[in-house]
Every structure is written in structure tokens, then in C-alpha cells.
Design a binder for this molecule. Structure first.
Ligand code: PLP
Length: 449
């Protein structure tokens, strides 16, 4: 693989399919983060042909080292041999039946063994769906309505209601989301809280005392929680009789197989796991305290594909491999190597860039003069990386396939070149001239104008 950009890099076929897709598929993708307008239009690949390990090949025949890992689900590597063998074996035996398969119990036993909060378990297929299930259970268990949240928890009405009458999602999801189609009647049923501020959270709990069903939060994103913070949230939840839910959809599995709750020693009442639980096959789990989970038996929470055995087989195989390969140690090693390479690239180019966050799940930060410069730098970073066979932006997810020296060396070479281009653009004040097509649409771009 060469890091040199060649005039041969073309995504012509991707762009041609994209133009056709725009007429039939609103937005062209189902996950907003996969929309091509969020990459570098004209240079980033749009349509994949296949993937293996840490690599993707697009429909134009370009090969990339991919650090996005499908926006999180891929944790062992694309098309992992062990997981795929388990999945194929299950497919040969049938995917979903009129009755259930014993594997549903085997997976439950594994989750209960690994995750501190897990005494009972329910399944579904996606992260947002699992959060919705957890919130329903908490509301049903407490008989209360109100939700306090911190972080991103999917697309459902209960969550987007935070933007009815206020901009509650600001700082948690991207800004400017119009809650179109979300019933007005849900206004006031959900409120955001600020990560790290226990006093404000306590004030909010007091202001709605007796009405808060649950606190749902991402216990961390790229940084470990401040000392004592999660303990403080736990204590407040107990004092106000509120169900504490950790959404570990993004942070689960890479830092520890028992989740952030295992590392911090703070056990929530319910937890949500999805994405990386099954290395790319649809699967999610809500786990938690037996007395709370048991009440869901009385609630109408039910769907045909939640008993699907392909996702269950994939999850059992994935978790087995994560244990066998000691994945958290792999990500720790990978993270410190990756960090060193980014630091070297930044030092050699003179660009103010660094790797931030925990080793197992870091991010790249550019110190930019203003918002406008940040958007240009971010777009050029994605664009010039793509041109050189690298799918890498400032946020990314490791998978075990990244422990491949060729891929790591290629990444360092490319990032060193990209950083050098960026440093030159900053110096000359001509970053805008380097944008091939359009500036990346990012967090604060409104979906509705
Ligand atoms: C913390 C968190 N919760 C929920 C979700 C939603 O998951 P899904 O896209 O599978 O519905 C995500 C997705 O990125 C997430 O990061």
C-alpha cells in the first residue's frame, strides 16, 4: 500500500451510485454519521465493496485502512473468522424460530458473569432501541415519568423530546435538531444534565422530586470520569429513589469486558450494551438488577427479531474472542502506540495536534484559532487521508485488526503527510483553497434550514 496520493485515486463509481441513491433513499444512509456529506465529498469513499480485518475496499477498487470500525460495532476486525464461522453455523440451523434457542440463556449467563450490574438480561437489536427499553422499564418500575439524561441515546421520541420547547440536546447530540414528528405532549418529560456537575444534578432532582424515573447517562466517552463523579451520581440516584442507567453502547467492551462500571467500581441499576457486543451483527442487551428487570415481564416490551439467533451466536462468539484475546489489553497497547505515532506526526509537521482520552478509545484534537478553521482542518484531514488510503477523522474506534504493523506504519506515514499539508495551509492562511468539494457537514449543521 502506498501513502503517496495519486491522481489515480477516484471515487467516481461511488459518486455515480450516490446520485442515483439520492432519488430513492432520503439522506442515502440510515445512520446519519454515514452520510457522505459528513466526510470529504468527492474524495471519501461512499460505497464499500468488502472489508477484512482493519481494511475496506470501495466500489472503485481503492483500499483503505479504516479506523472508523463501522462507527463502533466492529471490535475484533471486519469479517472475523471465528465470529463469522459461528454465524454461518447458526444460519445453517435457522435464524429465528417459532420457539427459542438455548443460546439465549448461554449469552445471558455470559453477560451476568462479566457485567457487575447484570442479574437479569433482555435483548433487542440496536443501541437506541435498548435505551428505549431501559427507560420504559425504569418508568414502569418507579411509576414515574421524568427522565434526566447526559449523552447520546438514539433517535426515539422519549429522547428527542428534550428538544421540544428548548435545545436540550445541545452538547449531547449535534446542535440544531428539530424534533419533527415528536409529539408535543412529551414536552417537559426529559431534561439534560451537565456531565461532572453533581450540585446542578442535585438541584434538578430536588426540583422534580418524586417525579424522576431515571438518570440515563454515558458514563464516559473518551476521558475517564472525574474522581468520585459516578459515585456521586450513584448516591444521588439512591437518595431520590431514581433508577440509574449507564448507556455503555459506545464505551462498553473496549476499556473493559465488564464495561466502564467494572473499571470505576460504580454499579448502575440498569445498563445498555449494543454495537461492539456482536462484531457487526445486529444485537443489543439491557441488563440490570433482578427486581427491576423482572418487572419487564408485566410490561409490553416485545418484538419478533429480538429472539433472532444469529445476533445471539455472534455475541457469544464475539465475547468469547474478546476474552480469549484479552481485548482490553490489546486496545491499551494499540492506543499507546497510536498516540505515539500521532505525536510524532504532529512534532515533525509542527501542527498543533494531539491524541486525547483513554488509550483504549482516544480521539485526535487540533488546536484551531476558531470554529471556521476547525471545520476546514477537519475536512482536509479526512480528505487527504482518504486520498492516501486511510479512513480516519478526529473520532474513531479501535478494533483488534488494527494491531497490524503494516496498517499502523501506513497510518503514520499518511498522517505525517496530512499534518504537514495542514500546517502549511495554516501558515499560509489558504486552507479553504485545499478543499476539493465542500466543507464537511458536522456537529452544528442544522438538518433543517
Ligand atoms: C452511547 C450511545 N447510545 C445509543 C446509541 C444508539 O445506538 P444505535 O445507533 O445502535 O441505535 C449510540 C450510537 O452511537 C451511542 O453511542
Amino acid at each position: 500500500m502506498t501513502s503517496t496520493p495519486t491522481t489515480a485515486h477516484s471515487v467516481a463509481r461511488s459518486l455515480e451510485i450516490y446520485e442515483r441513491a439520492r432519488k430513492l433513499i432520503p439522506g442515502t444512509t440510515q445512520l446519519i454519521s454515514r452520510r457522505p456529506t459528513r466526510g470529504a465529498m468527492g474524495v471519501s469513499p461512499i460505497y464499500a465493496e468488502r472489508a477484512k480485518g482493519c481494511r475496506i475496499w470501495d466500489v472503485d477498487g481503492n483500499e483503505y485502512v479504516d479506523w472508523m470500525s463501522a462507527v463502533g460495532p466492529i471490535i475484533l476486525g471486519y469479517a472475523d473468522d471465528v465470529v463469522d464461522a459461528a454465524v454461518k453455523e447458526q444460519i445453517d440451523k435457522g435464524s429465528v424460530y417459532s420457539i427459542v434457542h438455548e443460546n439465549s440463556l448461554a449469552l445471558a449467563e455470559t453477560l451476568v458473569r462479566l457485567i457487575p450490574s447484570a442479574e437479569m438480561v433482555r435483548y433487542c437489536k440496536g443501541g437506541g432501541e435498548a435505551c428505549t427499553m431501559a427507560v420504559r422499564i425504569a418508568r414502569g418500575f418507579t411509576g414515574r415519568d421524568k427522565v434526566l439524561f447526559c449523552g447520546y441515546h438514539g433517535w426515539h421520541d422519549w429522547y428527542l423530546a428534550a428538544n421540544l420547547g428548548s435545545e436540550g440536546l445541545q452538547g449531547h447530540l449535534f446542535n440544531g435538531i428539530e424534533p419533527i414528528g415528536v409529539p408535543r405532549a412529551l414536552e417537559g418529560t426529559i431534561e439534560p444534565f451537565e456531565y461532572g456537575d453533581l450540585n446542578k444534578l442535585e438541584d434538578q432532582l430536588k426540583a422534580s422530586d418524586g417525579d424522576v424515573a431515571c438518570i440515563i447517562m454515558e458514563p464516559m466517552r473518551t476521558e475517564m470520569p472525574p474522581e468520585g463523579y459516578l459515585e456521586g451520581v450513584r448516591e444521588l440516584a439512591d437518595r431520590h429513589g431514581v433508577v440509574l442507567i449507564f448507556d455503555e453502547v459506545s464505551c462498553g467492551w473496549r476499556v473493559s469486558l465488564g464495561g466502564v462500571q467494572e473499571v470505576t467500581g460504580v454499579t448502575p441499576d440498569l445498563s445498555v450494551f449494543a454495537k461492539a457486543i456482536s462484531n457487526g451483527y445486529p444485537m443489543a442487551a439491557v441488563v440490570g438488577r433482578g427486581d427491576i428487570m423482572a418487572t419487564s415481564e408485566q410490561m409490553f416490551i416485545s418484538s419478533a427479531y429480538w429472539d433472532d439467533n444469529v445476533g445471539i451466536a455472534a455475541a457469544i462468539a464475539t465475547i468469547g474472542e474478546l476474552e480469549r484475546r484479552d481485548a482490553p489489553a490489546v486496545f491499551e497497547r494499540l492506543g499507546s502506540d497510536f498516540r505515539a505515532r500521532i505525536d510524532r506526526a504532529a512534532a515533525s509537521s509542527g501542527l498543533a495536534a494531539s491524541c486525547v482520552g483513554v488509550d483504549a478509545h482516544p480521539g485526535i484534537r487540533f488546536d484551531c484559532a476558531d470554529e471556521e478553521q476547525a471545520r476546514l482542518v477537519s475536512t482536509i484531514f479526512v480528505q487527504e487521508n482518504a486520498r492516501r488510503g486511510l479512513i480516519l477523522s478526529t473520532g474513531f474506534f479501535f478494533n483488534c485488526g488494527h494491531e497490524d504493523v503494516t496498517a499502523l506504519d501506513h497510518t503514520e506515514r499518511v498522517v505525517t503527510e496530512t499534518f504537514a499539508l495542514l500546517a502549511e495551509g495554516v501558515r499560509r492562511g489558504n486552507l479553504a483553497d485545499r478543499i476539493e468539494n465542500q466543507v464537511q457537514e458536522e456537529s452544528f449543521r442544522r438538518l433543517v434550514r
